[in-house]
Design a binder for this molecule. Structure first.
Ligand code: 5MM
Length: 347
C-alpha cells in the first residue's frame, strides 16, 4: 500500500466545492430506469446516456470524480475517445463499482449480503491498469420489524472492510457504502439508531482489517424518516441528526464523507446537504460532500428519454444539478437556484 498516493487521491475526490457523480448502475438497474421512461434497454442506449453525462459542459467545475460500471469503464465516445481518457483529460478522477450485487442473506428473510470478494484482488489490478483510482462497494441494510439483524450488519461490515483492505493494497481508494434504506415507516430516531449501530460495526471491522482511514471515503445515507413515516422532519432536524450520528461514530482521521441520495428528490438532497454545510461545517474533522446518482441524473434522464435532439437540454439539467450540489457542499445553495438551470450552467 502506498499511503501517500491513497491520501492524495482521496484529497482530489474531496476537493472543496466538488463531489462525486455515481453513474455505476449495473445493467439491470440502468435498464429498469430506462424502461420506466420508454428508453430502449440496449448497450447502445446505455453508452449514449453515459456519453451524454461525461461530455456535459463544465462538469469538472462541480464534479471531482465519477463512479463507473464494468461495462462503462471500457466504453468510448462517438468520436472514439475512451471514456476514461476524456475524464482524465478533464481532471475528473475515475472510479469503479466492484461489488457484484446484494444477494439474499441465508437464514435471514428480507435481508441481503453484498457479494464480490472472490477474485477481487485480480479485478482491482485490472481496473487499476485501465485507469481507475478509486472503487465502490455498497451494502444495503433494511429497517423493519426485527430488522436489521446482528448477522446482516456483521456480515456486511466484514465484507466492506475486506473489500477496503484489498482496494488499498491495489492502490485504489475505497468508497465504503453502508446504505440504510429509506423504505419503511420508521422515524428519524429509528434511522439514527440503526445507522449508529451499522457505522460502529463498519469502523470496528475497518480497524480489524487495518484499513487506512485517511485513504478512504465513507458513503453513508443521510439520516431520514422512512418514506412511509407520517412525520417528515425539517431540513435542519435532518441535518442536525445526521451530523450528530456521524460525529459520534466516525474517527476524525477519516478522509471524508460523501452522501448517497437514496431516492430523495434532487432538490431535497441538495437542500439537506446545504443545511449540514451551513450549520455544521466549521466543526467537522472530515470533508463532507455528495456522491449522488439519482439526485443528479434523474431530471436529465427524464428530459433525454433516448432522443438525440434532447441531448443539450438534458446536459443543461445535469450541469444544473451538479452546480446546485457544488453550492450545497459549500453551504451557498438556496431554493432560488432552482429554475435558473440554464443561467447557472452558462455562467
Ligand atoms: C445507493 O445507490 C448508490 C447511490 O445512488 P443514489 O444517489 O441514487 O442513491 C449508487 O451508486 C448505486 O450503488 C449504483 O447506482 C449501483 O446500483 P445497483 O443497484 O445497480 O448495484
Amino acid at each position: 500500500m502506498n499511503a501517500s498516493e491513497l491520501i492524495d487521491t482521496a484529497r482530489l475526490m474531496l476537493a472543496p466545492g466538488k463531489g462525486l457523480l455515481a453513474m455505476d448502475e449495473s445493467t439491470p438497474t440502468c435498464n429498469e430506469r430506462f424502461a420506466s421512461l420508454g428508453i430502449p434497454q440496449t448497450e447502445a442506449s446505455r453508452r449514449a446516456w453515459r456519453e451524454l453525462i461525461i461530455t456535459t459542459p463544465r462538469l469538472a467545475d462541480s464534479i471531482s470524480g465519477v463512479i463507473l460500471y464494468d461495462e462503462t469503464i471500457r466504453q468510448r465516445c462517438t468520436d472514439g475517445t475512451p471514456f476514461v481518457k476524456l475524464l482524465n483529460d478533464a481532471g475528473i478522477v475515475v472510479g469503479i463499482k466492484v461489488d457484484t450485487g446484494a444477494k439474499p442473506l441465508a437464514g435471514h428473510a428480507g435481508e441481503k449480503i453484498t457479494e464480490g470478494l472472490d477474485g477481487l484482488r485480480e479485478r482491482l489490478q485490472g481496473y487499476s491498469a485501465i485507469g481507475a483510482r478509486f472503487a465502490k462497494w455498497r451494502a444495503v441494510i433494511s429497517i423493519g420489524p426485527g430488522l436489521p439483524s446482528t448477522a446482516c450488519i456483521a456480515a456486511n461490515a466484514h465484507a466492506l472492510a475486506r473489500y477496503a483492505a484489498l482496494c488499498q493494497e491495489a492502490g485504489l481508494v475505497p468508497i465504503v457504502e453502508p446504505e440504510v434504506l429509506m423504505m419503511g415507516g420508521h422515524t428519524l430516531q429509528g434511522c439514527a439508531e440503526v445507522s449508529m449501530q451499522v457505522l460502529h460495526e463498519v469502523f470496528e471491522q475497518l480497524y480489524v482489517q487495518g484499513v487506512l482511514l485517511e485513504g478512504m471515503v465513507l458513503k453513508p445515507n443521510m439520516l431520514l424518516p422512512g418514506l412511509n413515516c407520517s412525520h417528515q422532519d425539517s431540513l435542519d432536524e435532518v441535518a442536525d441528526a445526521t451530523v450528530t450520528v456521524l460525529l459520534r461514530a466516525l474517527p476524525a482521521a477519516l478522509a471524508g464523507v460523501a452522501f448517497l441520495s437514496g431516492g430523495q428528490s434532487a432538490e431535497l438532497a441538495s437542500a439537506r446537504l446545504n443545511a449540514m454545510s451551513q450549520r455544521h461545517k466549521w466543526r467537522l474533522p472530515w470533508a463532507l460532500t455528495f456522491s449522488f446518482a439519482r439526485a443528479i441524473q434523474q431530471p436529465a434522464l427524464e428530459i433525454w428519454r433516448g432522443g438525440a435532439a434532447n441531448v443539450m437540454q438534458a446536459q443543461r439539467a445535469l450541469g444544473h444539478r451538479a452546480a446546485c450540489n457544488s453550492a450545497a457542499q459549500q453551504g451557498t445553495y438556496s431554493a432560488a437556484m432552482e429554475g435558473m438551470g440554464n443561467a447557472i450552467n452558462d455562467v
